[in-house]
Design a protein around this ligand. Structure first.
Ligand SMILES: Cc1cc2nc3c(=O)[nH]c(=O)nc-3n(C[C@H](O)[C@H](O)[C@H](O)COP(=O)(O)O)c2cc1C
Length: 220
Protein backbone atom coordinates (compact mmCIF):
# COMPACT_ATOMS: atom_id res chain seq x y z
CA UNK A 1 0.00 0.00 0.00
CA UNK A 2 1.46 3.39 -0.95
CA UNK A 3 0.86 6.60 0.98
CA UNK A 4 -1.88 7.81 -1.40
CA UNK A 5 -3.72 4.49 -0.97
CA UNK A 6 -3.43 4.73 2.82
CA UNK A 7 -4.72 8.34 2.79
CA UNK A 8 -7.71 7.25 0.69
CA UNK A 9 -8.42 4.08 2.69
CA UNK A 10 -8.39 5.65 6.17
CA UNK A 11 -11.89 6.41 7.43
CA UNK A 12 -13.13 7.00 10.94
CA UNK A 13 -14.20 3.57 12.17
CA UNK A 14 -16.70 3.17 14.99
CA UNK A 15 -17.26 -0.59 15.30
CA UNK A 16 -14.56 -3.20 15.77
CA UNK A 17 -14.02 -6.95 15.88
CA UNK A 18 -13.25 -8.54 19.24
CA UNK A 19 -9.72 -9.27 18.06
CA UNK A 20 -6.69 -7.56 19.63
CA UNK A 21 -3.80 -6.33 17.52
CA UNK A 22 -0.70 -8.48 18.16
CA UNK A 23 1.71 -6.83 20.62
CA UNK A 24 4.62 -6.76 18.15
CA UNK A 25 2.44 -5.02 15.50
CA UNK A 26 1.48 -2.41 18.10
CA UNK A 27 5.12 -1.87 19.00
CA UNK A 28 6.11 -1.51 15.33
CA UNK A 29 3.38 1.03 14.57
CA UNK A 30 4.04 3.22 17.60
CA UNK A 31 7.82 2.94 17.06
CA UNK A 32 7.45 4.04 13.41
CA UNK A 33 5.25 7.00 14.45
CA UNK A 34 8.12 8.26 16.59
CA UNK A 35 9.49 9.52 13.27
CA UNK A 36 6.71 12.16 13.09
CA UNK A 37 7.94 15.73 12.76
CA UNK A 38 7.34 18.27 15.52
CA UNK A 39 8.21 21.90 16.09
CA UNK A 40 11.91 22.08 17.08
CA UNK A 41 11.73 18.29 17.38
CA UNK A 42 10.25 18.61 20.89
CA UNK A 43 8.17 15.43 20.38
CA UNK A 44 5.51 16.47 22.90
CA UNK A 45 3.40 13.32 22.69
CA UNK A 46 3.20 11.10 25.76
CA UNK A 47 0.92 8.35 24.58
CA UNK A 48 -0.88 5.72 26.65
CA UNK A 49 -2.21 2.66 24.85
CA UNK A 50 -4.78 0.90 27.02
CA UNK A 51 -5.97 -2.63 26.18
CA UNK A 52 -7.64 -5.71 27.67
CA UNK A 53 -9.04 -5.69 31.22
CA UNK A 54 -7.47 -2.28 31.94
CA UNK A 55 -9.36 -0.80 29.00
CA UNK A 56 -12.62 -2.28 30.31
CA UNK A 57 -11.95 -0.78 33.77
CA UNK A 58 -11.27 2.61 32.24
CA UNK A 59 -14.48 2.42 30.20
CA UNK A 60 -16.40 1.75 33.43
CA UNK A 61 -14.79 4.73 35.13
CA UNK A 62 -15.70 6.99 32.21
CA UNK A 63 -19.30 5.80 32.17
CA UNK A 64 -19.54 6.41 35.94
CA UNK A 65 -18.41 9.97 35.27
CA UNK A 66 -21.00 10.39 32.50
CA UNK A 67 -23.77 8.97 34.70
CA UNK A 68 -22.99 11.61 37.33
CA UNK A 69 -24.04 14.15 34.71
CA UNK A 70 -20.69 15.92 34.94
CA UNK A 71 -20.09 18.69 32.44
CA UNK A 72 -17.04 18.29 30.18
CA UNK A 73 -13.94 19.94 31.65
CA UNK A 74 -11.20 19.44 29.04
CA UNK A 75 -7.59 20.30 29.82
CA UNK A 76 -7.36 22.23 26.55
CA UNK A 77 -9.79 24.67 24.96
CA UNK A 78 -12.07 22.59 22.75
CA UNK A 79 -14.89 25.13 22.93
CA UNK A 80 -15.23 26.09 19.31
CA UNK A 81 -18.66 27.06 18.02
CA UNK A 82 -18.45 26.42 14.32
CA UNK A 83 -19.88 29.06 12.03
CA UNK A 84 -21.00 29.25 8.39
CA UNK A 85 -19.51 26.63 6.12
CA UNK A 86 -17.70 25.01 9.05
CA UNK A 87 -21.03 24.49 10.81
CA UNK A 88 -22.48 23.01 7.61
CA UNK A 89 -19.61 20.55 7.39
CA UNK A 90 -19.92 19.70 11.10
CA UNK A 91 -23.61 18.85 10.55
CA UNK A 92 -22.70 16.95 7.38
CA UNK A 93 -20.34 14.65 9.26
CA UNK A 94 -22.84 14.10 12.08
CA UNK A 95 -25.65 13.27 9.65
CA UNK A 96 -23.41 10.90 7.68
CA UNK A 97 -23.03 8.91 10.90
CA UNK A 98 -26.68 9.17 12.02
CA UNK A 99 -27.92 8.17 8.56
CA UNK A 100 -25.62 5.16 8.57
CA UNK A 101 -27.03 4.22 11.99
CA UNK A 102 -30.64 4.81 10.85
CA UNK A 103 -31.16 7.58 13.44
CA UNK A 104 -33.84 10.14 12.56
CA UNK A 105 -32.83 13.82 12.65
CA UNK A 106 -35.09 14.62 15.62
CA UNK A 107 -34.22 11.57 17.72
CA UNK A 108 -32.10 13.27 20.36
CA UNK A 109 -32.00 10.25 22.64
CA UNK A 110 -30.67 7.91 19.94
CA UNK A 111 -28.06 10.54 19.05
CA UNK A 112 -26.97 10.75 22.67
CA UNK A 113 -26.65 6.97 22.87
CA UNK A 114 -24.55 6.99 19.68
CA UNK A 115 -22.42 9.80 21.15
CA UNK A 116 -21.91 7.95 24.42
CA UNK A 117 -20.25 5.09 22.53
CA UNK A 118 -17.22 7.37 22.29
CA UNK A 119 -16.46 6.73 25.96
CA UNK A 120 -16.85 3.00 25.49
CA UNK A 121 -14.15 3.33 22.82
CA UNK A 122 -16.66 1.99 20.26
CA UNK A 123 -15.85 -1.45 21.73
CA UNK A 124 -12.39 -1.33 20.15
CA UNK A 125 -9.76 -3.63 21.66
CA UNK A 126 -7.37 -0.70 22.14
CA UNK A 127 -7.51 2.98 22.93
CA UNK A 128 -4.67 5.51 22.78
CA UNK A 129 -4.70 8.70 24.85
CA UNK A 130 -2.53 11.53 23.54
CA UNK A 131 -1.25 13.51 26.49
CA UNK A 132 1.22 16.37 26.65
CA UNK A 133 2.47 18.98 29.11
CA UNK A 134 -0.30 21.57 29.36
CA UNK A 135 1.98 24.58 28.91
CA UNK A 136 2.74 23.49 25.32
CA UNK A 137 -0.72 24.61 24.30
CA UNK A 138 -1.31 25.19 20.57
CA UNK A 139 2.22 24.25 19.43
CA UNK A 140 1.97 20.89 21.15
CA UNK A 141 -1.51 20.38 19.71
CA UNK A 142 -0.22 20.96 16.18
CA UNK A 143 2.52 18.36 16.69
CA UNK A 144 0.16 15.82 18.18
CA UNK A 145 -2.29 16.23 15.31
CA UNK A 146 0.49 15.37 12.89
CA UNK A 147 1.56 12.44 15.08
CA UNK A 148 -2.01 11.12 15.22
CA UNK A 149 -2.40 11.14 11.44
CA UNK A 150 0.98 9.44 11.07
CA UNK A 151 -0.29 6.72 13.40
CA UNK A 152 -3.57 6.46 11.49
CA UNK A 153 -1.76 5.93 8.18
CA UNK A 154 0.64 3.37 9.67
CA UNK A 155 -2.35 1.53 11.10
CA UNK A 156 -4.18 1.64 7.77
CA UNK A 157 -1.15 0.07 6.12
CA UNK A 158 -1.46 -2.84 8.57
CA UNK A 159 -5.22 -3.25 8.00
CA UNK A 160 -6.00 -1.62 11.35
CA UNK A 161 -8.81 0.93 11.60
CA UNK A 162 -9.16 3.81 14.02
CA UNK A 163 -11.22 6.80 15.08
CA UNK A 164 -9.63 9.96 16.44
CA UNK A 165 -11.77 11.23 19.30
CA UNK A 166 -11.84 14.71 20.75
CA UNK A 167 -14.51 13.21 23.02
CA UNK A 168 -11.76 11.37 24.89
CA UNK A 169 -10.34 14.70 26.05
CA UNK A 170 -13.66 15.94 27.46
CA UNK A 171 -13.62 14.12 30.80
CA UNK A 172 -9.90 13.96 31.61
CA UNK A 173 -10.13 13.55 35.41
CA UNK A 174 -10.96 9.83 35.67
CA UNK A 175 -8.47 9.05 32.89
CA UNK A 176 -5.69 11.04 34.56
CA UNK A 177 -6.35 9.32 37.86
CA UNK A 178 -6.38 5.92 36.16
CA UNK A 179 -3.13 6.61 34.30
CA UNK A 180 -1.59 8.37 37.30
CA UNK A 181 -0.71 11.46 35.26
CA UNK A 182 1.00 14.44 36.91
CA UNK A 183 -0.98 17.66 37.36
CA UNK A 184 1.12 19.37 34.68
CA UNK A 185 -0.09 16.93 32.02
CA UNK A 186 -3.23 17.27 29.91
CA UNK A 187 -5.16 14.90 27.68
CA UNK A 188 -5.56 16.39 24.23
CA UNK A 189 -7.61 13.69 22.53
CA UNK A 190 -7.64 9.96 21.96
CA UNK A 191 -8.01 7.27 19.35
CA UNK A 192 -9.82 3.94 19.50
CA UNK A 193 -8.42 1.32 17.17
CA UNK A 194 -8.48 -2.32 16.11
CA UNK A 195 -9.80 -4.40 13.23
CA UNK A 196 -12.92 -2.93 11.63
CA UNK A 197 -16.24 -4.74 11.82
CA UNK A 198 -17.15 -4.26 8.16
CA UNK A 199 -20.69 -5.54 8.76
CA UNK A 200 -21.50 -2.72 11.22
CA UNK A 201 -23.79 0.08 10.00
CA UNK A 202 -21.63 2.71 11.75
CA UNK A 203 -18.74 1.83 9.48
CA UNK A 204 -20.69 2.58 6.30
CA UNK A 205 -20.69 6.34 7.13
CA UNK A 206 -18.73 8.36 4.60
CA UNK A 207 -17.88 12.05 4.58
CA UNK A 208 -17.03 14.10 1.52
CA UNK A 209 -14.43 16.76 0.83
CA UNK A 210 -14.45 20.08 -0.98
CA UNK A 211 -12.92 20.53 -4.41
CA UNK A 212 -9.23 21.46 -4.40
CA UNK A 213 -9.78 25.07 -5.51
CA UNK A 214 -11.96 25.84 -2.48
CA UNK A 215 -9.07 24.92 -0.18
CA UNK A 216 -5.79 25.65 -1.94
CA UNK A 217 -4.63 28.68 -3.89
CA UNK A 218 -1.62 28.11 -6.11
CA UNK A 219 0.18 31.40 -6.57
CA UNK A 220 2.97 31.89 -9.05
C1 LIG B 1 -9.08 15.86 16.15
C2 LIG B 1 -10.26 14.98 15.78
C3 LIG B 1 -11.24 14.72 16.73
C4 LIG B 1 -12.32 13.91 16.41
N1 LIG B 1 -13.22 13.58 17.39
C5 LIG B 1 -14.18 12.68 17.14
C6 LIG B 1 -15.00 12.20 18.20
O1 LIG B 1 -14.90 12.61 19.35
N2 LIG B 1 -15.92 11.24 17.90
C7 LIG B 1 -16.08 10.74 16.64
O2 LIG B 1 -16.92 9.87 16.45
N3 LIG B 1 -15.30 11.19 15.61
C8 LIG B 1 -14.36 12.12 15.84
N4 LIG B 1 -13.53 12.54 14.83
C9 LIG B 1 -13.69 12.00 13.48
C10 LIG B 1 -14.24 13.05 12.51
O3 LIG B 1 -15.62 13.21 12.70
C11 LIG B 1 -13.92 12.58 11.09
O4 LIG B 1 -12.53 12.56 10.91
C12 LIG B 1 -14.53 13.48 10.00
O5 LIG B 1 -15.94 13.47 10.07
C13 LIG B 1 -14.10 13.01 8.60
O6 LIG B 1 -14.48 11.66 8.39
P1 LIG B 1 -13.40 10.53 8.08
O7 LIG B 1 -12.43 10.50 9.23
O8 LIG B 1 -14.20 9.25 7.98
O9 LIG B 1 -12.71 10.88 6.80
C14 LIG B 1 -12.46 13.36 15.11
C15 LIG B 1 -11.47 13.64 14.16
C16 LIG B 1 -10.39 14.44 14.48
C17 LIG B 1 -9.32 14.70 13.44
Amino acid sequence: MNVQDAVNARVSTRAFLDKPVPADTLQNIFRAAQQSPSNCNVQPWQTYVVSGAKKDQLKEKLFEELMKGQLPNPDFDWKVYYEGIHKDRQYGSAYALYNALGIERGDKQARQVAMSRNWGFFDAPHVAFFTMEKYLNIMGAVDIGIYAQTLALLMTEQGIACCMQGALGQYPDPVKEFLDLPESRGILFGMSFGYADDSADANSARTDREQLDTAVSFIS
